[in-house]
Design a binder for this molecule. Structure first.
Ligand code: 26Q
Length: 817
């Protein structure tokens, strides 16, 4: 994006050039003649970081002086992407940097692409954390993000013969210019061992944990700057290191291999991000990661609090800790342990402080994604925490009994311990009990939380559950990803659209009716489509027609997200284009991208199917260029920034009730794509704002899905029998038309759809087909389509993460003056 100063001030340009050249010489150790493009990237990033540091140190001084409340955002994932344009643009330096580099013959827009994505997250939840960090800095909320500095982020996806292959991701190979290593900020985090009970000098019973194993957590800080440099916050990520004494001792004793193994075991904690976005059978390393970063973060924030306020009694007034899903929920037990065992507070006081400080965000209702840990594992790895969890449970159940609640089923459902198939600790219930606020991420999701997973806890604590509908940062998803559209908006709405899009974007509505404006909007979209077509040509050697309808589904591959429904439609469309010559089909490009969890076989098969369908369709001359299918490998934040501005149609077609919110739905609408979707997650609120007439909503509602499931009488055989189109598609898949090398490849998949259609793909197929015909209808009425597209942009302001963060800060954290 070009920032305020359309013609950069020469002094600032010179200053930036000098700063970069100094970094190139004194930090990279090169002169301009010998510098590689990567050297330039590093020099520019380091120079940019300097600009942030001044603000940062000022902000920290101000927070201390004004005793501002601090927000701590605990998350195992921060899906950041690249930072160069984010930082430059928020500092108002983008045009200055571009001009400064041009003077030394370096193209900023080229070296931008050399930055590796920081992919420290799987998908929506991790990206939300990154959007929130940026919005908190923009709104001046004093915030610290806490997480793990994974050596390897989410795997790189290669597609080999149509199948996903995972490759190790190595984002730190060339170092990371944004971070500051803080070797002096280090905490010991322990595991295992046993707990003994002693009576201290005052006659109090105390529990002493004698751990078997200790690792060190070392801090790395990345500054995050808000829009127009409003404020700078830190993202503090922990790296696991072995305790030196330990391995030296073994090494000196001659056990060289043993010493190395010990180091590897300790350091494996921050080695790699778990590449699954729903829980798999409780893995010990995952629990170690969770406790590792929670323990280090809590010790760090308590130390900061004590040094500033010298008492822990005002913790909830000065600190708010937000748990991003249950992944950090061991914080409930760890905070209790620190307060009771280490700071010697009475249990009840400690509990009051804990509940008033912690709050928890739930991101999923899928039963398989609700975290629980075997009691035996917890007992072995965290024996003192297991005691504390039992004690919390006992106090809780006693309190309910004291209120006259004796209903066995109720007590069993709200317990922290799940009995049967081996006892397990329910992390959702632990997070709920230990927090004063539990929020969902869209109105529908929050309502379903009350009605399903947390019904009983909600009845006991009706004030706790609240909604905070997700949002996205417009700086990345509009300004950076789509500078042409941003420029157009500035011309018509003024620069206010950059600062307060929530108020300003609605003023775009009248322009939807102006042909001249629509023309500009169309031109801008075409530019983005041409750019995406070039990328597809380069990466896949597939030629796209930029005037075709770009129909896009990009997100993690999951059965509930129903990429399969989209693929069945693709096959149906393919068959229809070949057979129904009398119909006029609008040229269309189906674009897919997304990663599957490495162990999720069905998801990987769906990727293979997308590639099989693509090969078949793209090489069939009878399609006459009316349909192309593309699976773009290695979906990540940077690829999203290229795809989203080029989309005409956004696919948000999850089985209703299963997608907690979705956030790409908002990114697409903001950039003017029309949504085809179910009434799920935030689609519901989008439809209320954008208007049903400007979207293509279809399919069963969450309530209808629920009725079908409960009645247990859903039979997809009937749906298939009633839909010749669907039947024909399934027949083709089953018979191996798309997999001549392995005709039986999709037999299992078709059987599942026929006998056990858990995600109601068949039930929604005809409605989806019809909705797609409405899409084509509107697409052909060119001017009406683009009117709707403009209205999508105009009416999406509310989905800014600034609005979301303002709500968290006001209702949950009480952190904005
Ligand atoms: C848990 C335990 C062990 C291993 C992995 C996990 C794990 C990791 C990631 C479980 C879940 C996730 C990620 C979930 C996620 O991304 N949820 C999405 O969150 C978005 C932001 O709120 C929503 O918009 C999406 O609807 C929701 O699916």
């Amino acid at each position: 994006m070009s920032d305020e100063t359309l013609t950069p001030i020469p002094d600032q340009v010179a200053a930036f050039r000098v700063a970069v050249l100094a970094k190139l010489a004194y930090s990279v150790g090169k002169d301009a003649e010998h510098a590689t493009e990567h050297d330039w990237f590093e020099a520019v990033a380091l120079a940019t970081r300097d600009y942030m540091v001044d603000f940062w140190l000022d902000d920290e001084r101000r927070t201390q002086r004004k005793k501002q409340k601090r927000v701590y955002y605990l998350s195992l994932e921060f899906l950041i992407g690249r930072l160069l344009f984010d930082s430059l643009s928020n500092l108002g330096l983008l045009d200055i940097a571009r001009a400064a580099l041009a003077e030394v013959d370096v193209d900023l827009d080229r070296i931008r692409t050399l930055e590796p994505d920081a992919a420290l997250g799987n998908g929506g939840l991790g990206r939300l954390a990154a959007c929130f960090m940026e919005s908190m800095a923009t709104l001046g909320v004093t915030a610290h993000g806490y997480g793990i500095r994974y050596e390897h982020g989410l795997f790189r996806q290669a597609i080999v013969d149509g199948w996903q292959q995972e490759q190790t991701e190595t984002w730190l190979d060339f170092g990371n210019p944004w971070e500051f290593e803080r070797p002096e900020v280090v905490y010991a985090v322990s595991f295992g061992g046993s707990v003994t009970s002693i009576t201290d000098a005052q006659g109090h019973q105390r529990q002493i944990w004698q751990p078997a194993e200790t690792v060190r957590a070392v801090a790395y800080d990345t500054p995050v700057v808000g829009w127009r440099g409003a404020s700078v916050n830190a993202l503090r990520l922990w790296r696991a290191r072995a305790t030196e004494e330990l391995h030296l001792e073994r090494f000196n004793a001659g056990d060289h291999l043993g010493a190395v193994a010990e180091v590897a075991r300790a350091e494996s904690i921050s080695r790699v991000l778990y590449p699954a976005d729903s829980t798999e059978a409780g893995q010990e390393l995952r629990l170690r990661q969770e406790y590792f970063f929670v323990s280090a973060s809590l010790k760090d924030l308590l130390r900061r609090h004590l040094s500033q306020h010298s008492t822990l009694l005002n913790l909830p007034q000065q600190a708010a800790i937000q748990l991003n899903d249950t992944h950090p929920s061991i914080a409930v037990a760890e905070l209790m342990r620190l307060l009771v065992d280490e700071h010697e507070l009475p249990w009840d006081k400690a509990w009051e402080l804990t509940v008033n400080t912690l709050s928890y965000t739930n991101h999923t209702l899928l039963p398989e994604a609700l975290e629980s840990w075997p009691v035996s594992l917890m007992e072995r790895l965290l024996p003192r925490h297991m005691q504390i969890i039992y004690l919390i449970n006992a106090h809780h159940i006693d309190a309910l009994r004291a209120q006259g609640l004796h209903d066995f089923d109720l007590l069993r459902s709200v317990s922290l311990i799940e009995e049967g198939n081996g006892r397990r600790v329910r992390m959702g219930n632990l997070a709920f009990l230990g927090s004063h606020s539990i929020n969902g991420v869209s109105a529908l999701h929050t309502q379903l939380m009350r009605e399903t997973v947390f019904t009983d806890l909600h009845r006991l604590y009706p004030q706790r559950i609240n909604n905070k509908t997700n949002g996205i940062t417009f700086r990345r998803w509009l300004h950076q990803a789509n500078p042409a559209l941003t420029q157009l908006l500035r011309e018509h709405l003024g620069d206010g659209v950059l600062d307060s899009p929530e108020e300003t974007l609605p003023q775009l509505e009248p322009f939807a009716d102006k042909a001249a404006f629509r023309k500009r909007f169309i031109e801008q979209r075409r530019q983005s489509k041409v750019a995406l077509a070039a990328l597809v040509q380069e990466r896949l050697n597939i030629t796209l027609n930029p005037d075709a309808l770009f129909d896009v589904q990009v997100k993690r591959i999951h059965e509930y997200k129903r990429q399969l429904l989209n693929l069945l439609h693709t096959v149906a469309l393919y068959q229809a284009i070949r057979a129904e010559h009398t119909t006029e089909w609008a040229p269309r490009v189906k674009i897919f991208a997304g990663k599957a969890a490495a162990s999720y076989h069905q998801a990987k098969l769906i990727i293979k199917l997308a590639n099989d369908v693509a090969r078949m369709v793209n090489n069939d001359p009878t399609v006459r260029g009316l349909l192309k299918v593309v699976f773009l490998p290695n979906y990540n934040v940077s690829l999203a920034e290229s795809i989203i501005p080029a989309a005409d149609l956004s696919e948000q077609i999850s089985t209703a009730g299963m997608e907690a919110s979705g956030t790409s739905n908002m990114k697409f609408a903001l950039n003017g794509a029309l949504t085809i979707g179910t009434l799920d997650g935030a689609n519901v609120e989008m439809s209320e704002r954008i208007g049903l007439e400007n979207m293509f909503i279809f399919g069963l509602t969450a309530q209808q899905v629920n009725v079908r499931k409960r009645a247990n009488d859903y039979n997809s055989e009937a749906a298939i029998a009633a839909s010749p189109r669907l039947a024909e598609v399934l027949l083709a898949l089953r018979s191996g038309v798309f997999s001549p090398d392995d005709p039986a490849r999709y037999v299992g998949l078709v059987d599942e759809l026929t006998w056990n259609d858990r995600f109601l793909v068949c039930a929604d197929f005809d409605a989806y087909w019809d909705a797609q015909r409405q899409v084509e209808n509107l697409w052909r009425q060119h001017q009406r389509w683009w009117r709707a597209a403009v209205l999508n942009t105009a009416r999406t302001g509310w989905f800014s993460s600034d609005r979301t963060i303002r709500e968290y800060a006001t209702d949950i954290w009480h952190a904005l003056e």
